[in-house]
Design a protein around this ligand. Structure first.
Ligand SMILES: CC(C)(COP(=O)(O)OP(=O)(O)OC[C@H]1O[C@@H](n2cnc3c(N)ncnc32)[C@H](O)[C@@H]1OP(=O)(O)O)[C@@H](O)C(=O)NCCC(=O)NCCS
Length: 216
């Protein structure tokens, strides 16, 4: 059911029939600025990246904020378990060589370092993969409202933890405000490939990917 979060904005779960509208929003307001996407070439996300994000919709863990029927913010989340570090390493190998492969190279390293399910001895965790707000509506805590909605959904589904790899300084600030605990920082300048080259080169002010968790 749609829930009003301000006079004119409602938040609701993304329906499986709405993946096209969700992707249109993400392509306009999430991907162009998201530091891993902006920090690798070419600028456009690969098909496998987009398919991965949309594959989370059937879990019922993705939400949008709507203003007069138009999507103005979105969050994509999905479950993971203790096999995630191995799974991510396998995915990174599978896509090695391209843009999505570079992004997975970093995310896999982060997953290995954080290993949240084993670290906190929980059977599962709800992981936030993407968060975006229309630039015209930033600063109204819409991202925060969506993160709170994800946490509530996580509780309802029986997860004990929400995790997020904040690739942007803005999302890191946002989750800190919500009481999330910082468990890992990986500076982009320190993440190198086998030949010693920096894998991701995001524009300033983004300097690191910071992993945060919230106990539910
Ligand atoms: C991360 C994001 C969702 C946060 O948006 P939000 O929920 O509106 O953020 P907040 O309400 O916490 O904003 C706090 C302040 O930071 C500013 N801000 C937020 N994101 C900003 C951005 N990308 N660039 C410049 N300023 C930004 C807001 O305008 C606000 O400023 P104010 O205090 O002067 O009003 C948004 O930056 C975004 O969509 N970024 C692009 C995609 C991305 O990088 N996602 C995160 C990947 S993990």
């Amino acid at each position: 059911m749609a829930k009003p979060i301000a006079d004119d904005i409602v938040v609701r779960q993304v329906d499986v029939g709405e993946t096209e509208q969700l992707m249109t929003f993400l392509l306009a307001h999430y991907y162009p600025e998201e530091p891993l996407t902006a920090g690798t070439h070419p600028p456009e996300p690969e098909a496998a990246d987009k398919e991965f994000l949309l594959s989370n919709v059937p879990f019922g863990t993705c939400f949008v904020a709507l203003h007069e029927g138009r999507i103005v913010a979105a969050v994509v989340a999905g479950p993971k378990d203790s096999h995630e570090p191995e799974h991510m390493a396998e995915e990174a190998r599978k896509y090695a060589g391209g843009k999505w492969g570079s992004i997975l190279h970093l995310l896999s390293a982060v997953e290995t370092a954080t290993d949240v399910c084993r670290r906190f001895s929980v059977p599962s965790c709800l992981h936030v993969h993407a968060l975006g707000v229309d630039p015209q509506l930033r600063g109204r805590n819409l991202g925060g409202r969506l993160m709170e909605t994800v946490a509530q959904r996580g509780r309802d589904l029986g997860h004990q933890l929400v995790s997020v790899d904040c690739t942007s300084v803005y999302s890191a600030r946002l989750v800190q405000r919500l009481g999330y605990q910082l468990i890992n920082t990986l500076r982009y300048v320190d993440h190198l490939d086998a030949s010693g080259q920096q894998v991701i080169r995001p524009p300033p002010p983004h300097e690191s990917v910071q992993t945060f968790v919230l106990h539910l």
